[in-house]
Design a binder for this molecule. Structure first.
Ligand code: AQP
Length: 339
């Protein structure tokens, strides 16, 4: 089957492993909203099965899943247009994940840098689920015959593995069943970095709250975090290439560009020559302007968790309607009796 034979379909997910960060917003959610308006069928998932690859307190996981759904809607996703659901409500994810555990090779998995980063020096003590994470992620994507996946730069390697799994499955069984999915990694903020260390990505599980902007932060917290963000003593240059060896400054300029929907070159024309004492308050005002309506809407939606649960259940039904026949066909190809 050539790529043209697949319906243009977008799938992406976010883990409910904590509160949402500006990195998740700019690298993922904001782009999910853009794609919803394009000619794609869009499916967005709270990947709770992925979240438990590291320990999650059950009550916090439930809260984070609902809050993530509220965040999606507050950022502009429409549950009528896009399918919004949590992964564990569609059992086919885990079922196809198992098939892919049997397709993926140990050598491929051992090369995954995210596992090395997350497991750290204590890899022997990491869960088997954390090691197998990319095979489940491939299942999430291929279960819908997804053609496009919007993600941040950090997920590039996992997307390559998804393509390798699809190719190997198709070759092993002599079929043209799974599409070779395209990653969509675009925009000024495909990698938003920590505010404390410009070489580390901004992450919801970073122990330092000052390293990130949470979508639930109020205006004072956002302003304080940007004011205290690590920078260097030089003024901003007039061209973006002047920021090559200045990761912290480059990060703040990227954030400014992404929040204001401008190219980095346009931003440099505006702010070149400024000291951080001038630039940081501008960035803080812009961030508050863009994020406050989202955080306000999230809190409003969280007042009615029953409605969020209804949205997730409705989304799961719609997701299952696409996933079930694809899993059935996969089982049939693999040789399962009863499929
Ligand atoms: N700093 C970032 N810059 C750009 N994009 C980012 N994403 C995450 N952080 C950044 C994108 O958000 C989507 C969802 O990511 P995730 O929550 O499923 O997992 P993650 O990438 O592991 O995110 P975190 O915040 O670092 O979570 P923890 O701390 O739990 O591991 C993805 O598209 C990702 O690219």
């Amino acid at each position: 089957m050539s790529e043209g034979q697949f319906t243009p379909r977008v799938f992406s997910g976010i883990q409910p492993s904590g509160g949402l960060t500006l990195g998740n917003y700019l690298g993922a959610m904001k782009r999910f909203v853009d794609m919803q308006e394009d000619a794609y069928e869009t499916i967005y998932c709270m990947v709770d099965l992925h979240a438990i690859t590291v320990w999650q307190d059950p009550a916090k996981l439930r809260h984070a899943t609902r809050e993530l759904c509220a965040g999606f809607i507050a950022a502009g996703l429409d549950p009528e247009k896009s399918i919004l659901f949590n992964q564990s409500q569609v059992a086919e994810h885990a079922q196809l994940g198992w098939i892919f555990n049997c397709v993926a090779r140990m050598g491929w998995m051992k090369r995954m840098t995210q596992f090395k980063d997350k497991a750290g020096k204590n890899a022997e003590n990491a869960s088997l689920g954390l090691f197998g994470y990319p095979a489940l992620m491939a299942a999430d994507i291929l279960l819908y015959h997804t053609t496009h996946v919007p993600v941040g730069e950090d997920q590039k390697q996992h997307l390559e593995l998804t393509r390798d799994i699809a190719i190997k499955f198709n070759n092993d069984f002599g079929v043209d069943f799974f599409p070779i999915t395209e990653p969509v990694i675009e925009g000024a903020a495909t990698r938003v970095m920590s505010l404390r260390d410009g070489t580390k990505k901004m992450s919801k599980s970073d122990p330092s709250d000052m390293s990130r902007i949470n979508l639930t932060d109020d205006a004072d917290a956002i302003a304080k975090k940007i004011r205290k963000a690590k920078t260097d003593p030089e003024p901003l240059p007039s061209e973006f290439k002047g920021l090559e060896d200045r990761p912290e400054a480059r990060n703040l300029v990227n954030i400014y560009a992404a929040l204001s929907d401008q190219s980095v070159d346009a931003v440099m024309l505006e702010v070149g020559g400024q000291q951080f004492g001038q630039f940081k308050p501008m960035l803080a005002d812009l961030a508050v302007d863009k994020l406050a309506p989202i955080s306000g809407e999230m809190s409003r939606l969280m007042e009615d968790p029953g409605e969020i649960d209804r949205i997730l259940a409705g989304g799961a039904n719609r997701a299952r309607a696409i996933a079930t026949p694809i899993l059935q066909k996969t089982y049939e190809i693999v040789g399962m009796v009863g499929a």
